[in-house]
Design a protein. Structure first.
Length: 168
């Protein structure tokens, strides 16, 4: 999912934090984060909050937000925690981020917002998509190749789109 080329130089502790988050070793992750800080990026510029969102680590996510972790930090390809919540269909993670003032309109390197990511990855699970709509995410912004979220939704779930919009 990263950009081509070598990862950026970074503190190896970031890799340890990521490993602890992946392995649900929250106490170990918290200990390292307390020592190194909430914004320690790895080689892809992903912070502990992004990894907590990607791996559905709800308690750790709350802990990081309470410590003022940046909910809108973007990695090397422009993904923020909300993009990862959308990609992985983590509705509760998305709700926590949105309630913590995460932006619905951050764009990745392709110009895609979290709503676009939610539409592309929904595959019948519209929780994050509908949640983003209810928080004001825009359907008609164009990405770098001129496609809108509405275009993607009409391609992948045309029969559900009107109902999803009405219920948002």
């Amino acid at each position: 999912m990263g950009r081509g080329g070598r990862p950026r130089n970074h503190d190896p502790a970031a890799d340890s934090i990521t490993r602890h988050i992946r392995n649900a070793e929250d106490a170990n992750a918290r200990s390292l984060i307390e020592e190194k800080g909430t914004e320690l990026p790895d080689g892809e510029a992903r912070t502990p909050l992004i990894w907590a969102a990607a791996h559905n680590r709800i308690e750790l996510l709350h802990w990081l937000i309470c410590r003022k972790a940046n909910v809108d930090h973007q990695d090397r390809i422009g993904y923020c925690a909300l993009h990862f919540a959308a990609q992985n269909k983590h509705t509760e993670v998305a709700r926590i981020l949105l309630n913590s003032a995460a932006s619905t309109e951050l764009r990745d390197i392709h110009g895609n917002t979290p709503l676009w990511t939610a539409a592309f990855n929904a595959r019948g699970d519209f929780g994050v998509f509908q949640l983003l709509l209810s928080h004001g995410a825009l359907l008609d912004n164009r990405n770098n190749v001129g496609k809108t979220v509405r275009d993607v939704a009409l391609l992948f779930f045309p029969d559900q789109l009107d109902a999803l919009i009405a219920n948002a």
